[in-house]
Design a protein around this ligand. Structure first.
Ligand code: AP5
Ligand code: MG
Ligand code: ZN
Length: 214
C-alpha cells in the first residue's frame, strides 16, 4: 500500500501516519522529521533546511526530491509506505509520479486530512515534539505519560521552532499557495480521499482505515 498524506500544517498528518504505519507495518516517511533530525545532528542538509523551516518557508525541491526518491528505493519500502509532508508542491508530485512510473508503479491513495485554519493555531501551540524519534504529543489532546519526556525514546520534548503563532500563520499561507493544489492533482488521478480532521484522533483513524480497507 502506497499512501500520501495531505493536509495543512497541524492537521494531524504525522499523528495519523504513525498509527497507519504501525497498523499496516509499512514505513512512515516524513520529510519534516528527516529535516529535523538532520538539524538536531548538525548536518549540512540540516543547516540548509533550517534557514527555510524557521521562516515557515518550504525547503527547495532540489534539497527534498532526491532525498525522498532515494529513501523509497530502500528494501523496507517494497511492500509500501506512507509519505507524510511529501509531496507538497506540484513539481514534487510530478517527480514522485515519474520515479514510480519508471518502476511501473503508482500511488494507491492520497488521504487529505481536512482541518480549517481556525483550528490549527491552537493545536500547534499545544504540540510537543520529540526531535530524536519524531513522536508528537499535545499538552491537552495527547499528553506524554512521562510528562515532558518522550514515551518512545525518553528524549526531552520541545516546542518546535516553527510552531510560534507568527510562523504558523506563514506556514498556512505557504500551504494554501503551494500545497493545496495537490488536492486537485490527486483528485484528477482518482485517488483522493478526504477525511474530516476535526474529529478526535481515534475517529480520524477509523475514517482512514475504513477507506483503506473498503
Ligand atoms: P512538517 O514537519 O511536514 O510540518 P507540517 O506540514 O507543517 O505539518 P506538521 O508536522 O506541523 O503537522 P501535522 O499535520 O503532522 O500534525 P500533527 O500530527 O503533528 O514540515 C515542517 C517544515 O519542513 C515545512 O514547513 C518545510 O519548511 C519543511 N518541509 C517538510 N517537508 C517538505 C517538503 N516536502 N518540501 C519542502 N519543504 C518541506 O498534529 C498537530 C498537533 O495536533 C499535535 O500536537 C497533535 O497531538 C494534535 N492533534 C493531531 N490530531 C488531532 C486531533 N484529531 N484532535 C486534536 N488534536 C490533534
Ligand atoms: Mg508532522
Ligand atoms: Zn522520542
Amino acid at each position: 500500500m502506497k499512501i500520501v498524506m495531505l493536509g495543512a500544517p497541524g492537521a494531524g498528518k504525522g499523528t495519523q501516519a504513525k498509527m497507519i504505519a504501525a497498523k499496516y507495518e509499512i514505513p512512515h516517511i516524513s520529510t519534516g522529521d528527516i529535516f529535523r533530525s538532520n538539524i538536531k545532528n548538525g548536518t549540512e542538509l540540516g543547516r540548509k533546511a533550517k534557514e527555510y523551516m524557521d521562516q515557515g518557508l518550504l525547503v527547495p525541491d532540489e534539497l527534498t526530491v532526491d532525498l525522498v526518491i532515494d529513501r523509497l528505493a530502500q528494501d523496507d519500502c517494497k511492500k509500501g509506505y506512507i509519505l507524510d509532508g511529501f509531496p507538497r508542491t506540484i513539481p514534487q508530485a510530478e517527480a514522485l509520479d515519474g520515479a514510480l512510473a519508471k518502476l511501473s508503479d503508482k500511488l494507491d491513495y492520497a488521504v487529505n486530512v481536512d482541518v480549517p485554519d481556525e483550528n490549527i493555531v491552537n493545536r500547534m501551540s499545544g504540540r510537543r515534539a520529540c526531535l530524536k524519534c519524531g513522536a508528537t504529543y499535545h499538552v491537552v489532546f495527547n499528553p506524554s505519560s512521562k510528562g515532558d519526556v518522550c514515551e518512545v525514546c525518553g528524549d526531552k520534548l520541545v516546542l518546535r521552532d516553527d510552531d510560534k503563532p507568527e510562523t504558523v500563520q506563514k506556514r498556512l499561507g505557504v500551504y494554501h499557495d503551494q500545497t493545496q493544489p495537490l488536492i486537485d492533482y490527486y483528485a484528477k488521478q482518482g485517488i483522493l480521499k478526504t477525511v474530516d480532521g476535526t474529529q478526535s484522533m481515534d475517529d480520524v483513524f477509523a475514517a482512514i482505515t475504513g477507506i483503506l480497507e473498503a
